[in-house]
Design a protein around this ligand. Structure first.
Ligand SMILES: [Fe+2]
Length: 714
C-alpha cells in the first residue's frame, strides 16, 4: 500500500474529535478531504456512487511519513538489573507448532550488542546462541528435532567460563530428548533487556507455539526472573514473580488463556483454575495496534449530518478512504441505524488468497478501490483466517488499516448480472441511503457505541434498525437489545446471520475484540479442547444459541442456511393477510404466493447468501408471525452445522432452507420485524426504492416510528 491509514475510533459525535494515522510510502505528501457517502457502492449498474465533499479546515496538503507494520507477537521487559557474570540459565516449557520453520526465539537477553538466547535452531532442535560484537556467534543445537504440538522443557546455560549448554526434555519422550554444548565468551556486566518468543535486537525470528513459565536463573539456581502467565490472563502484562518484578509487556496480541502443560482436561474454564492456563500462544503473524503517530485530527463540525463518512487521502502514488460514522451530538430522530462495527472488525483484514487479482479488472473498470488484504499481509489477519501455524485467529484490533472495510469498494465478483458484490460498509450504506430516500430521518450509531453505553445508546430512539450482517455482539450489547425491547422499543433486523457469535472487547485494550469459536456454528476454525472461554471477560465463547441467548428469542429467527452470494425472491404466505400486519400492506396490492424481491444489487435477489428462519425449539416467540418466506433450495446452499446432527435435517427442507420474514409484538408495546437474509439490503434501492420490497419495508418503518403501542394478539 502506497497510501493508507486508520482512524482512532469507529464513530465520532458532531463537535468531537477523531484522529487519523496515515502511512505514505517514501514519505510523500498527501491531500486530505472529507466526504459523506450518500451511496458508497461503485457499481455503475447500482444505485450510483455518490460522495459529498464536506469541507473542513484540514482540507489540503499534509506532510507524509512512511510507517511500519510489524507482524509477530512477543514479550518485552526492559532493564533487568541482575548480575549475570557468574553464569546464567534461560529456561521455558514449550509446545512448538512450527519447529521446522527455522530459527525462533524463546527467551533472550540483550546487553548492548551482546545477546544470549534460548530458541529453536535452524534444524528444529532446541538452540542456545551467544552473539557478541566483533566475534563469531557461538551456537549449541540439540541434534534432534522438536516434534510439533508436544510439550518440552528446554534450557540454555552460559557458564562463567563461557561454556554453553542446551537441553531439550520431552514430557512424553519419543526419542526426542537431547543436549548439546559449545564454547562462547563469558556474560558481560550491565542491565539486560529481555525478549520472550522472539530474538533481539529488533524483535525478529518470532516463535510459533505455546510458551510457559520462561525463567532466568543464576549459576547457583537462584531466580533472577520467572514469568507466570497464569497471572493477569485478560491483560497484556506478563507478571514476573522474581525479585526484580521485571514484568513483560506483551506486544501484538499473543493469545492467552491457553491450556498449559499441566492441563488435566477436567477444568475447561480458566477462571476455575488459572494455574492450568499458564501458557501463552505466540504467532509470527499476530498483529496488534500499530501505534502510528497521528497525521490529522478532525473536530467534526456540528452541522455535519449523522451518517457514513470517510477521510479521503490521495497523492500521485495512491489513494484510500478511511471510514467513520458521524453520530449526532444529541439524538435528533426517532429512528437509529445501528452500524455493525463489531462484525466489521471481526471480518476486517480477511485474507482471501487471490482475491486482489480476481477483482483487479472490475475494480479498475468501476473506479473502485483495488486494495485487498491478501495483497497487504503486513496488516495481519481476521478472525476468519488461520495463523501460519494452523491455529485460529481469535484477536483483532481496529487500530490498523482494514483494507476490506471501505466505501467505494466491493468484496467479491457478484455472480448476478449487474450485481455489486458488496459487503459491510457499502451494504449497510444501502440501508442509510434507502432510509433517506423514503424520507425517514434517522441517526447513525455503531456497535462500539452500543457496547460502550449499553441500552442508553438505544433508549432515545423508538426504532432501532440492525444492519445487513450484525453477526457479533458482546454480552452488554445483547442485554441492551433485550432492555430496549423490554421498554417498548421497536427493532428492525434487515440482515442475515445476525446475533450469532459472542465477541468480547478487552478491558485494558478496548480497540481489540476476541472471538473464540467454540463447539458449533459455521466457522473456519474451532477452539482447541479447554480453550473455549474468552481471555477478555472470561465468558464462554461461541454461538449465542449455545450460550442460551439465541437470536430466535431476540428477533424470532436464526441462521439456518448458507450458500453462494446469490439472491432469490421471497413469497408472501398466508400470514400477510393477518390483521396484525395490516400496516405492512397499506397502499399495496398483495396476495399470498406472490413473489417479490426478485431483483437486487447483491446476488440479484433479496433472499440469499445467509438466511435465518424461525424455530420455536430455540425460542421463537409463539405468537411470531411469518409473513413471507424466501425459500432457497439450490445445490450450493446447505444447512448450518449446529443443525447437522445426523445426515438428515430434523425439519422439512422448506422449513429451514429459507429466509423467514417475521413479525411479533412485545408485551411492552413494541415490536420486532426481521427479514433473515444477507442480500435483502441490496434489494431496497431497486427501482429507486419503489419496488414492492422497498414499499413494504417503508410501511414497517413508518408504523414502527408511530408511537401508538403494539398489543399482543389474543
Ligand atoms: Fe458472517
Amino acid at each position: 500500500m502506497t497510501l493508507t491509514g486508520y482512524a482512532d475510533r469507529w464513530s465520532v459525535k458532531q463537535g468531537a474529535e477523531i484522529g487519523f494515522m496515515v502511512s505514505s510510502a517514501g514519505g510523500r505528501d498527501f491531500t486530505v478531504r472529507f466526504v459523506r457517502h450518500l451511496c458508497a457502492d461503485p457499481n455503475p449498474a447500482g444505485p450510483g456512487y455518490a460522495e459529498v465533499a464536506m469541507p473542513s479546515p484540514l482540507d489540503g496538503l499534509h506532510s507524509g511519513a512512511e510507517r511500519a507494520a510489524h507482524l509477530g507477537s512477543f514479550g518485552h521487559a526492559a532493564a533487568l538489573p541482575a548480575d549475570l557474570q557468574g553464569g546464567v540459565t534461560l529456561s521455558a516449557t514449550i509446545w512448538p507448532t512450527t519447529p521446522d520453520k527455522g530459527v525462533q526465539g524463546l527467551v533472550a537477553l540483550r546487553i548492548g550488542g551482546w545477546t544470549f538466547a534460548l530458541g529453536i535452531g535452524p534444524d528444529g532442535g532446541a538452540m542456545a546462541e551467544v552473539a557478541a560484537p566483533a566475534k563469531p556467534s557461538a551456537r549449541a543445537q540439540v541434534p534432534r528435532r522438536l516434534l510439533h504440538r508436544r510439550w518440552y522443557d528446554v534450557s540454555a546455560t552460559l557458564a562463567r567460563d563461557g561454556s554453553l549448554t542446551v537441553t531439550q526434555t520431552p514430557h512424553a519422550p519419543l526419542g526426542d530428548a537431547g543436549a548439546a554444548t559449545a564454547q562462547a565468551g563469558p556474560p558481560p556486566a550491565g542491565l539486560a533487556e529481555v525478549l520472550l518468543a522472539a530474538l533481539p535486537p529488533e524483535p525478529t525470528s518470532h516463535y510459533n507455539g505455546k510458551l510457559e513459565c520462561p525463567a532466568i536463573r543464576s549459576a547457583a539456581g537462584a531466580t533472577i526472573a520467572a514469568w507466570d502467565f497464569s497471572i493477569g490472563i485478560p491483560t497484556q502484562t506478563a507478571t514476573d514473580t522474581g525479585p526484580h518484578a521485571a514484568h513483560a509487556h506483551l506486544v501484538n496480541l499473543p493469545t492467552r488463556a491457553m491450556t498449559g502443560s499441566n492441563w488435566t482436561g477436567i477444568v475447561h474454564d480458566w477462571k476455575t483454575d488459572p494455574t492450568q492456563y499458564g501458557a501463552i500462544h505466540f504467532h509470527d503473524d499476530d498483529q496488534g495496534p500499530l501505534g502510528w503517530p497521528e497525521s490529522v485530527r478532525l473536530t467534526v463540525p456540528t452541522d455535519w449530518p449523522s451518517g457514513f463518512y470517510a477521510a479521503h487521502i490521495k497523492n500521485d502514488a495512491g489513494e484510500d478512504y478511511i471510514p467513520f460514522i458521524v453520530r449526532p451530538a444529541l439524538p435528533q430522530s426517532d429512528i437509529v441505524l445501528l452500524v455493525p462495527t463489531f462484525s466489521y472488525q471481526v471480518y476486517g483484514c480477511y485474507v482471501r488468497p487471490g482475491r486482489g487479482a480476481e477483482i483487479a479488472g472490475r475494480a479498475a473498470a468501476w473506479g473502485a478501490l483495488p486494495q485487498t488484504p491478501d495483497m497487504n499481509p503486513q496488516f495481519g489477519l481476521s478472525c476468519y483466517n488461520h495463523h501460519s501455524d494452523g491455529s485460529g485467529v481469535s484477536l483483532v484490533t481496529q487500530l490498523r488499516p482494514m483494507l476490506d472495510t471501505r466505501p467505494r469498494q466491493f468484496s467479491l465478483m457478484d455472480p448476478a448480472e449487474g450485481g455489486s458484490g458488496t459487503a459491510r460498509w457499502v451494504a449497510d450504506n444501502y440501508i442509510d441511503m434507502w432510509l433517506s430516500s423514503i424520507g425517514a430521518a434517522h441517526d447513525v450509531i455503531t456497535d462500539h457505541d452500543l457496547h460502550a453505553e449499553g441500552v442508553d445508546a438505544l433508549a432515545p430512539y423508538r426504532v432501532v434498525i440492525a444492519g445487513q450482517h450484525p453477526e457479533y455482539h458482546s454480552d452488554r450489547m445483547m442485554q441492551a437489545f433485550e432492555d430496549f425491547l423490554g421498554r417498548g422499543g421497536r427493532l428492525m433486523y434487515l440482515g442475515g446471520n445476525g446475533f450469532y457469535w459472542r465477541a468480547a472487547p478487552s478491558a485494558d485494550q478496548p480497540d481489540t475484540l476476541e472471538v473464540r469459536r467454540a463447539e458449533g456454528g459455521i466457522r473456519v476454525w474451532e477452539t482447541m479442547p479447554g480453550e473455549s472461554y474468552h481471555a477478555f471477560g472470561g465468558g464462554y465463547g461461541g454461538l449465542w444459541r449455545r450460550i442460551g441467548r439465541s437470536s430466535h428469542k431476540l428477533v424470532g429467527i436464526s441462521f439456518s442456511v448458507q450458500g453462494r452470494h446469490l439472491g432469490f425472491p421471497y413469497r408472501f404466505i398466508e400470514g400477510i393477510n393477518d390483521s396484525r400486519v395490516a400496516f405492512m400492506t397499506t397502499g399495496l396490492d398483495l396476495r399470498a404466493g406472490q413473489p417479490f424481491g426478485d431483483k437486487g444489487y447483491m446476488g440479484g435477489g433479496a433472499a440469499g447468501f445467509e438466511l435465518d428462519s424461525v424455530n420455536p425449539k430455540y425460542g421463537t416467540p409463539p405468537h411470531a408471525l411469518v409473513v413471507a418466506k424466501g425459500v432457497v433450495i439450490h445445490p450450493d446452499y446447505g444447512w448450518v452445522n449446529e443443525d447437522m446432527l445426523v445426515h438428515r435435517h430434523p425439519l422439512p427442507q422448506a422449513d429451514w432452507s429459507c429466509a423467514d420474514m417475521t413479525f411479533f409484538e412485545t408485551a411492552a408495546g413494541g415490536a420486532v420485524f426481521s427479514v433473515g437474509s444477507m442480500t435483502y439490503a441490496g434489494s431496497l434501492m431497486v427501482d429507486g426504492g419503489n419496488s414492492l420490497i422497498g414499499k413494504l419495508t417503508a410501511n414497517v418503518v413508518r408504523r414502527f416510528a408511530d408511537p401508538a403501542p403494539f398489543t399482543l394478539p389474543g
